[in-house]
Ligand binder design. Structure first.
Ligand SMILES: [Zn+2]
Ligand SMILES: [Zn+2]
Length: 179
């Protein structure tokens, strides 16, 4: 099960954090899986908890485990070490310190967007969620998800690339399915 792999990866990254940031002690966060709309994952900073999008986990488990899990874990570690960076209105959430932590947790190229066709991680729990549209690559059968903005542009003829296979994502790839 992919959910078990995610839980195992969270535990593994917690162990890495404990090693790299000793003597600070990190407790393995609570992990939840739910339908988060277009959100890939969320870090609940004050509760030491992570939520991951169960629908996205089904279509792209590897990407979620290699990109989103360390991305969100890095927010928890950053918050534990430097809570002052999270004052209201602060824009350090994806700043230099977060990037450093994310790299230490094995994320090669930390960016604000977790790298999905259009979806970004949302940081605040309870952020308004919107529908995602499912696309299948007509060249190789790879699947991808588009948020409403990208979906509308694709339907008007704009061509994007699938994040995974880099083939063209066009209106022909739309499966008609939405979640
Ligand atoms: Zn983030
Ligand atoms: Zn493809």
């Amino acid at each position: 099960m992919s959910t078990e792999k995610v839980i195992a990866e969270v535990a593994r990254l917690t162990a890495i954090a404990n090693e790299k940031f000793a003597p600070h002690i990190f407790i393995v966060p609570t992990v939840k899986f739910s339908s988060l709309g277009r959100c890939v994952g969320t870090a609940h900073l004050d509760r030491n908890a992570l939520s991951f999008n169960v629908d996205l986990l089904k279509v792209a488990p590897e990407k979620l485990i290699t990109d989103t899990v360390p991305h969100e874990m890095a927010h928890l570690v950053h918050y534990a070490l430097r809570p002052q960076d999270f004052r209201k209105g602060s824009r350090l959430g994806h700043g230099r310190y977060w990037k450093m932590v994310a790299r230490m947790l094995g994320l090669a190229d930390p960016t604000r967007c977790a790298g999905w066709a259009d979806t970004e991680t949302c940081e605040a729990a309870g952020m308004k969620t919107t529908k995602v549209h499912k696309y299948t690559c007509v060249t190789c059968g790879n699947t991808g998800l588009a948020g409403p903005r990208v979906h509308a542009k694709v339907q008007r003829g704009k061509i994007y690339l699938f994040a995974k296979c880099r083939h063209n994502l066009t209106a022909n790839c739309y499966t008609g399915a939405t979640s």
